[in-house]
Design a protein around this ligand. Structure first.
Ligand code: ACO
Length: 448
């Protein structure tokens, strides 16, 4: 099969959100800390009638309907998520409820988990499957979905929730350039979930950003080496039209892009503009670790990268800034945003992606955009995503009610024998929701 990649995309995020500027006041932090300091506008969250399973059901059902894809045409389905519900039982198994009517149970794949990286692992698996001798001609389907919630404190404003579904197959408009894909995998306790009774992670905030940046450097350099080996010339941001970065919060995305430019400069000052090279010169003698710790470099690189950031990254940031970290879904919500913003003008363009999951697993990989065939084309995807109306149909909630929802979530986590108390009035038509959890912790869903 040729041109294997993403044929179709769908996104779902909850209707409830809180304004970051109101959270700043509520939390008593300096004005601008969340909106400018973290670069976030709004934070989306689930009430107790939604969870990672209901979001996944919604996004898959919606993709099936919008593209007229029959469940019997799916041969592999994988979910990437770090949101723990039934631990040993994959979220994928819940999604098989959507296949009952078709009678198709012959669907490979289970869940992939490693912090925010699971969606990428699932994507690679599905692409590999289509490219393998095991492929039977049917579609692959990837779901990247998470509920990101943090304990009270500096990490809380970096929460969010959402799900992205991606249909995988040949002759795709979003084609993966598989041979350049480069990874960095290592052991780190930067973010993990050892307290099984709590939904909240244990986070070493400073260590996560250090690990994130270091992984980005290593993946990017390796990607460049593979590119050079194949193409016989150096790789730089000049070969890339758009950069989609995992977005824990937007400030880190700004820093990441600046870091890529610094990497280009280190490879050869001629790969960046003269003015940028002149300003970065002062940092050319730092060791790798020194460069990661240098705050002046961080600020200078952000300033010199600003114009290119606005061009190459700006069009990917709307959903991550408006919803927050969606863990596994965050990177792909950036891709969705790009397709929504740029539509058909993406034809022929190259996208570079950085996926990072704490613990840690990370990859840099690239997509080429091509025409595809209806309904699997960029304009058709952009139209069906309906990003604007999804954003406009959201309901703002006060910080007090957001905190109440977090408290309720704490009592619901790992609980049995309850009926959700939140109203389903605000849910958009077609949204799945939790109707009850019985005395054996079994969950039941309905569709609005
Ligand atoms: N106005 C404008 N900016 C401000 C203000 C203000 N009033 N106050 C602070 N800031 C800026 C700071 O200068 C800093 O920006 P800088 O790094 O560009 O200098 C930024 O706001 C953040 O402030 P800090 O004090 O550095 O950090 P904070 O205590 O807010 O914690 C952290 C940030 C560690 C990221 C926390 O939110 C966290 O732990 N998040 C979860 C972990 C995470 O997302 N890690 C990233 C990768 S892993 C993953 O995806 C989960």
């Amino acid at each position: 099969p040729e041109n294997v990649g993403i044929l179709a995309l769908e996104v779902y995020f909850p209707t409830s959100y809180v304004m970051q500027e109101e959270l700043e006041v509520h939390d008593g932090v300096g004005k601008g800390k969340y909106t400018i300091g973290l670069g976030q506008d709004r934070l989306g969250f689930c009430t107790d009638c939604e969870d990672v399973i209901s979001m996944s059901l919604t996004v898959v059902k919606s993709l099936f309907e919008k593209y007229g894809v029959s469940p019997s045409s799916i041969g592999r389905l994988e979910v990437g998520s770090e949101t723990v519900v039934d631990k040993s039982k994959s979220i994928k198994t819940n999604l098989m409820e959507l296949f009952n009517e078709s009678g198709n149970g012959d669907v490979e794949g289970v869940d992939s988990t490693n912090a925010c990286y699971g969606g990428t692992a699932a994507l690679f698996n599905c692409i590999n499957w289509v490219e393998s001798t095991g492929w039977d001609g049917r579609f692959g389907l990837v779901v990247a979905a998470d509920v990101a919630v943090y304990a009270e404190g500096p990490a809380r404003p970096t929460g969010g929730a959402g799900a992205v579904a991606m249909l995988i197959g040949p002759n795709a408009p979003i084609v993966m350039e598989r041979s350049y894909t480069s990874s960095q995998m290592a052991h780190a306790y930067d973010f993990y979930k050892p307290v099984l009774a709590s939904e909240y992670p244990v986070v070493d905030g400073k260590l996560t950003t250090y690990c994130f940046m270091k992984a980005l450097d290593l993946c990017y350099r390796r990607f460049g080496e593979k590119f050079q080996k194949k193409e016989g010339r150096p790789f730089s941001l000049n070969d890339v039209d758009y950069v989609v970065c995992h977005s824990p919060y937007n400030k880190l995305v700004q820093k990441s892009f600046a870091r890529l430019m610094y990497n280009d400069f280190l490879q050869s000052p001629s790969l960046v503009e003269e003015e940028a090279a002149a300003k970065l010169e002062a940092f050319s003698h730092l060791s790798h670790d020194e460069s990661l710790a240098d705050r002046d470099l961080e600020k200078t690189a952000q300033v010199v990268a600003k114009k290119k950031y606005d061009e190459k990254v700006g069009p990917t940031t709307l959903l991550p800034k408006s919803i927050g970290n969606m863990y596994c879904a965050a990177l792909y919500a950036g891709l969705v945003t790009l397709v929504h913003n740029k539509g058909e003008s993406l034809l022929g363009k190259r996208l570079l992606l950085f996926s990072y999951g704490s613990g840690l697993a990370s990859s840099v990989f690239s997509f080429r955009i091509r025409e595809g065939a209806a309904p699997f084309s960029i304009p058709a995807i952009a139209e069906r995503l309906n990003v604007k109306s999804k954003l406009e149909s959201r309901i703002v909630v006060t910080p007090e009610n957001f905190v109440k929802a977090m408290h309720l979530g704490e009592t619901r986590y790992g609980a049995k024998d309850f009926v959700p108390t939140s109203s389903i009035k605000e849910l958009r038509a077609g949204t799945f929701y939790l109707t009850k959890v019985d005395d054996k912790y079994r969950r039941y869903y309905a569709r609005k």
